[in-house]
Design a protein around this ligand. Structure first.
Ligand SMILES: NC(=O)c1ccc[n+]([C@@H]2O[C@H](COP(=O)([O-])OP(=O)(O)OC[C@H]3O[C@@H](n4cnc5c(N)ncnc54)[C@H](OP(=O)(O)O)[C@@H]3O)[C@@H](O)[C@H]2O)c1
Length: 258
């Protein structure tokens, strides 16, 4: 499907996968609608996407944990375009790596708000703008954590498992509309993810990737672009993508010793 000229809304576009997706969809000639809380970072991403060849780039503050913020964002979108062709629900991440016995309410609540309720809120607000029978896509970023739980991540794995359930429920609810819904579920990828999880502790975040060859934002972005540009009758329901050296969550081959 020709993706040039399509309107693409990316949540969490200020870093990592979202920023890389902005560049990739921009290079493909799309119109971009970028949201995140850090507006100065969005401004940088927007400039990069414009330089890459985007048809147009628009950015606005967005906090997916607030219904008011999501509604304000979508009201602003409506001043620019009557339709959104691709919605990429990417905003989210992990907070902390504590066992249930000692985990903090604030971390749990942040993860539920951004990864789970945020995805629902944004989707609800954007659904009226997605055209029927025109190859529109909702692409949700899940994780291999939604397939296999691991220690210290009960809540994070829980919200990513919930993301898969939302994707599946939307497939039922939107059946017959021609709107595609898919989940892209990455394994180990080097972004700001671990820095955020460990609250700015760069040394601890660095250890996660030490000696590994992780996925990059670009790997995820080009997969999203591929999913969105399949012919309209093709829906990638669920795509799992991992580094070659990652056999499972806990089985990562480290090529060099730190
Ligand atoms: N990296 C990995 O290994 C990995 C693997 C599987 C899945 N994932 C998932 O991939 C997605 C993107 O993560 P990433 O790896 O690219 O990490 P990242 O570099 O930390 O990016 C996370 C993005 O989400 C945004 N965000 C977080 N909370 C938000 C909120 N309340 N409202 C709006 N935007 C919010 C952040 O923007 P602001 O802070 O500016 O708001 C940022 O742009 C997340 O859903 C994450 O769970 C990551």
């Amino acid at each position: 499907m020709l993706i040039a000229g399509k309107w693409v809304f990316i949540t969490g576009a200020s870093s990592g996968f979202g920023a890389a997706a902005a560049r990739a969809f921009g290079a493909a000639g799309c119109h971009l609608l970028l949201g995140a809380r850090r507006v100065p970072k969005l401004e940088e991403v927007a400039a990069m996407a414009k330089a890459a060849g985007a048809a147009s780039v628009h950015f606005h503050a967005l906090d997916v944990s607030s219904t008011a913020s999501v509604e304000a964002f979508v009201a602003w979108v409506k001043t620019l375009t009557p339709r959104v062709d691709v919605l990429i629900n990417n905003a989210g991440g992990a907070h902390g790596l504590d066992p249930v016995a000692t985990a903090k309410d604030a971390d749990w609540e942040a993860m539920v708000q951004s990864n789970f309720l945020g995805l629902l809120r944004v989707t609800r607000a954007v659904l009226p703008l997605l055209p029927h029978d025109a190859g529109a896509s909702i692409l949700n970023i899940g994780s291999i954590a939604g397939h296999q739980a691991y220690d210290g991540a009960a809540a994070y794995c829980g919200v990513k498992a919930a993301e898969r359930s939302v994707t599946q429920a939307l497939r039922f609810e939107l059946n017959g509309t021609g709107i595609r819904v898919g989940s892209l579920d990455p394994g180990l990828a080097e972004t700001e993810f671990s820095l955020i999880r460990f609250k700015g502790d760069a040394a601890r975040a660095g250890k996660v990737y030490e000696g590994t060859v992780p996925l990059t934002g670009e790997d995820i972005a080009e997969t999203l672009l591929w999913m969105a540009s399949r012919p309209p009758h093709v829906c990638l329901d669920e795509v799992i993508i991992k580094p070659t050296d990652q056999a499972a969550i806990h089985k990562v081959y480290r090529r060099t010793k730190g």
